[in-house]
Write a protein that binds this ligand. Structure first.
Ligand SMILES: [Zn+2]
Ligand SMILES: [Zn+2]
Length: 339
């Protein structure tokens, strides 16, 4: 069977590196063939054949099982307690033709709205780095837009916060300025935002179809207060950015696993949810953004390591090991069958 895509070649290369490692001091050599190994090779974007999807999802879920938890039952106040959401299967995701990269639209633009101090700017730069690794996409930071662009009737003072109307930002600020090559255009503001008069506030508001979104870091604590406060603000910003960009790539809320794509009603619930994707949403990202999970895990492990979040770096290192172990097992069985 011919090798169909560059992604496939990349995957074989990744496997080759793994198996070279195994071969040292062991059996001697392996002969590579994709025959019988389809279920540990990701389907390319053009391949949406159901059985291969099922096999590959099974492979991800079984390999990574020990690192992921099923979503806990919601308690009053939690997102799922008041929102009756059904989740989104891979088949449903494929069917809606999700927003993703195309030859014409291949960049995520990050736009700051308002005055950011040096610390906040540093957090924004790290957010761009993180999204690059998380979604395997080019990310560019644009020059800031001043808050004076917002008419006074689209701003309000509420519960001690000065707030901006998030819908106005989406429809009147971002949409008219959407760059032609943007897969997504995300504004970050350090002011609080509200989606309509009847809401107190929202952390973010994104469109599943229009490629625009706005997110606020106003409630994430003062990153200049202490090292811990900086880390907390950074961690929260990265989480909301990954979550909202997931929506912009048409991923709905996750109801099956503890996952960064879980909805959250309040900061405590948001803090509780993990930074990472569950295996099901991982598959959506790898398929839609055309990345290999090992490549992605490695980039994310490096990212978290560089900013000193050792636990998160370890999560991805363990993920790599688990995937490699499962590949190794399957390959052994496959080679035994051949003998
Ligand atoms: Zn959400
Ligand atoms: Zn999920």
């Amino acid at each position: 069977m011919p090798i169909k895509s560059s992604k496939f070649k990349g995957r074989l290369k990744a496997m080759a590196i793994l198996f070279i490692g195994i071969a040292i001091g062991a059996v001697g050599h392996y002969v590579y063939s994709n025959k019988g190994l389809e279920d540990i090779l990701p389907p390319s974007k053009a391949e949406i054949e159901t059985q291969q999807f099922k096999n590959y999802l099974n492979f991800l879920e079984s390999s990574l099982d020990s690192l992921h938890q099923i979503k806990s039952n919601p308690v009053p106040g939690d997102w799922l307690y008041s929102h009756d959401e059904a989740g989104q299967t891979m088949a449903q995701y494929v069917k809606i033709k999700p927003v993703g990269k195309t030859p014409e639209r291949f960049k995520v633009y990050i736009q700051s709205l308002g005055e950011f101090d040096a610390t906040e700017k540093a957090i924004l730069i790290l957010t761009a780095d993180y999204l690059r690794s998380f979604y395997n996409i080019h990310v560019e930071i644009l020059d800031p837009i001043p808050v004076s662009i917002m008419p006074m009737d689209q701003q309000r003072d509420h519960q001690g916060y000065h707030q901006l109307n998030a819908r106005y930002i989406l429809n009147e600020v971002l949409k008219p300025a959407l760059p032609k090559d943007a897969a997504a255009y995300m504004a970050f503001t350090n002011l609080d935002i509200y989606p309509s008069e009847d809401y107190n506030f929202v952390f973010g508001l994104g469109s599943l179809k229009n490629r625009v979104g706005v997110y606020s870091i106003a409630r994430f604590g003062d990153p200049n207060f202490s090292r811990d406060a900086y880390n907390q603000c950074l961690s929260r910003t990265l989480k909301v950015a990954a979550h909202e960009l997931g929506h912009m790539f048409s991923i709905k809320h996750c109801v099956e696993y503890e996952c960064v794509m879980n909805g959250s009603n309040h900061l405590e619930e948001s803090d509780f949810k993990p930074q990472y994707l569950c295996p099901k949403d991982l598959f959506k990202v790898c398929w839609n953004l055309e990345t290999d999970e090992l490549y992605r895990f490695n980039n994310l492990a490096n990212f978290w390591q560089q900013i000193g979040f050792e636990d998160n770096a370890n999560f991805y290192r363990k993920s790599i090991l688990l995937i490699e172990q499962e590949q190794n097992e399957k390959n052994k069985k496959f080679n035994q069958k051949d003998i």
